[in-house]
Structures are given as C-alpha cells and as structure tokens.
Design a binder for this molecule. Structure first.
Ligand code: AHG
Ligand code: MN
Ligand code: MN
Length: 336
C-alpha cells in the first residue's frame, strides 16, 4: 500500500540534488517540523490541557501574550537549540535574539519565527499557525543581532504550519512550494499539495476594513473599485474575507488565489510604526512562499524581499497575492 511521501523523505530527496549538501539543513528542517507537531498537539487539545487564555505578560511590541504564544515559543526553542545546526534564534515573542546555551554546538543557520500567528483567534477556536524563516550565517560562533538583518532574498527556506481543520505544513526551499498534511495517526506530514501555484487573477481580497478611514489613497482606490463591483471600473463583483490569521489568509491565497493587505495607515504612522506585520517573522517568509508560488509581495511601491532590515522587530506594510492584482496595486502606488 502506498502511504505517500513524508515531508522528511521529500526534503531529503530535494537536498540530495544539491551538490555539497551535508544533511545539516535537512536535520534542521526536521527539528522545525517536530516543533510544529508539538504546537499542533497543544493547539488541538486547547482547553483540555489548560492552554487557552492570556499569560498576564506583554511582548516587546506591547501586545498581550497568550499562554500558547509563550508555550509555542518554548517548544520551538527546545526543538531546535540542541542540534548544532543553528547559531541563534529570533522570535516575535522575545525582546532580543536567543543565544544558544553553552552546552550545545553552534551551526551555520539562523532561525526566525512567529511561534503562534493569529493568536487573537486561539480562544475562539479559529485557525492559527506558525511561520518560520531560515537564513545562513557563514562565520563560526555565536550569532549577533546584525547577522539576522538580511534581506528576504537571502532566505534559504521559509514555511508555515497551519493549525486548522487539518494541520498542514507549507514549505519552500526556493524550488517551488509544497504542502503537506499531518496524519495524526502516524504523526507524519504527508505530501498532499505538490507544487502549489497562486492563480494570477482573482475576485477575492482580504483587508481589515475597520481601518478604512486611515488607509492611504492607493489602497482606498483599490478597495473602492472592488466594492463598486460590476458597475465600477473593474466590471466584476469581488468577494471579501478577513480571518485575522495571516497564515490562514496566505493559505487560502495559495489554494485559490486572492489578495491580502495589511497596508500602511495614518493611525500606525502616528504611533511611529512602519506597519502592522513584522518583516523578519511574517513578511519575509510569507513573501518568499508567495513569490515561489508565482504571486507577488510588496509594501506598496517596493518588493518586500529587497528591503534591508533596520532592526529585529521592524514592521512593514504588506500587500501580497495574485500577480495581476498586486501589479495593479503597485501601479496605483507609483501613480502617487
Ligand atoms: P500575531 O498573532 O502573531 O500577533 O499576528 C497577527 C497578525 C496577522 O496574523 C493578522 O493578519 C493581523 O495581525 C490581524 O490584525 P488585526 O487584529 O488588526 O485585524
Ligand atoms: Mn503573527
Ligand atoms: Mn505571533
């Protein structure tokens, strides 16, 4: 009986085609997969294991942490710090980079992650996820914060786990995007969505419309034109979605196309924020995946993956999805 390809087999086969690959990278991805399986298990058991609710603490960005934000962060660290493949970790939920404890060897990779994305959804049992990105570091020894400030084009791999009706892992190592579904009985992610591609056209967009009065003109114009439907300049009706879990929105777009926007707005500008989503933990990994699936990801005018990060927790505007719509949004932004 054919049980399909496990994610471990898939990555090992992919790495065999790369001359000089040592197996370190395959081993690191395996540790990340283990972390996501552990988080999936906790999320799945929810209230049964007392995992829901707030943790009475705030992260560096002033957001209230959920118990599961902290638990997921710890699971990610525990699964990856010991192996000798990473020189340091950086997470949305930690103020500074995480130094690998003395007793473990240092490796040539850096890992950034958002341990639980969409955590405002956790208590209401709506999909959440984990996002991660792998960067390379060529020197020996401990990583510094500066080592993490690489543009997204330098990513070696990126992926997300989605904890929804089924748990999935979606991954790119720069050779397209592949999706795997967790078989809970055998505890393995199995290849179910090979070579995922985002359709170039769509009639669906996602944005938090409650921020509408703060948006910049190009985004207002785009949304107004979509809402005008068949009677407007687009000549067709659009549908709207907002889950408030970026992982779930990107997964929908990878599956059937669409546009996701968390654009710049005057409310964030007044607070001195560059956007809502974080460049290193959310925007860059998702941009890598979206581009590898044939889509586009921009701040408005600029390609996100070409940005030079200025700090670990930097925030950026994000506009991503189906190519023809993102090109349109980019042209609205460059018209001013
Ligand atoms: P996180 O839970 O990691 O802080 O991220 C939430 C993000 C993203 O996933 C989602 O698209 C957006 O914030 C939702 O923001 P609003 O609550 O402003 O809609
Ligand atoms: Mn997030
Ligand atoms: Mn998060």
């Amino acid at each position: 009986m054919d049980h399909g390809t496990t994610i471990t087999q898939f990555i090992a086969q992919e790495q065999r085609q790369i001359p000089g690959a040592t197996g370190d990278f395959t081993a690191l991805l395996n540790d990340i997969i283990t972390a996501c399986k552990m988080i999936s298990n906790q999320v799945n058991h929810g209230a049964l294991v007392g995992a829901l609710g707030s943790a009475d603490s705030e992260n560096v960005q002033g957001e209230t942490q959920k118990k599961l934000d902290i638990l997921s962060n710890e699971m990610f660290i525990q699964s990856t710090e010991w192996s000798g493949h990473v020189a340091g970790l950086a997470s949305e939920e930690m103020d500074d980079i995480y130094m690998i404890p003395e007793e473990y060897p240092r490796g040539k990779y850096l890992l950034t992650f958002d341990p639980l994305d969409g955590s405002s959804n956790i208590d209401v049992n709506v999909s959440v996820g984990t996002i991660f990105s792998v960067l390379r570091r060529d020197e020996a020894g401990d990583a510094t914060e500066g080592d993490f400030l690489q543009p997204g084009t330098k990513q070696v791999a990126a992926g997300y786990a989605l904890y929804g009706p089924s748990s999935m892992m979606v991954l790119t190592t720069g050779r397209g995007v592949n999706g795997f579904t967790l078989d809970q009985n055998i505890g393995e992610f199995i290849l179910t969505h090979p070579d995922m591609k985002i359709p170039a056209d769509t009639a669906e967009f996602a944005i938090n419309a409650s921020n509408g009065r703060f948006w910049e003109a190009p985004v207002k114009r785009y949304v107004d034109e979509c809402l005008a439907g068949t009677e407007g300049p687009r000549g067709k009706d659009f549908n709207m979605r907002w889950i408030a879990s970026m992982v779930a929105e990107v997964h929908r777009i990878l599956t059937r196309g669409g546009v996701f926007m968390y654009p710049m707005d005057s409310k964030m500008a007044a607070k001195g924020l560059g956007g809502k989503l974080r460049l290193l933990y959310e925007a860059n990994p998702m941009s890598f995946i979206v581009e590898q699936a044939g889509g586009m990801s921009i701040t408005g005018k600029q390609r996100i993956m070409e940005m030079d990060p200025g700090s670990l927790h930097q925030r950026v505007p994000v506009i991503l999805g189906s190519r023809n719509e993102i090109e349109r949004l980019q042209s609205y932004h460059s018209e001013g």
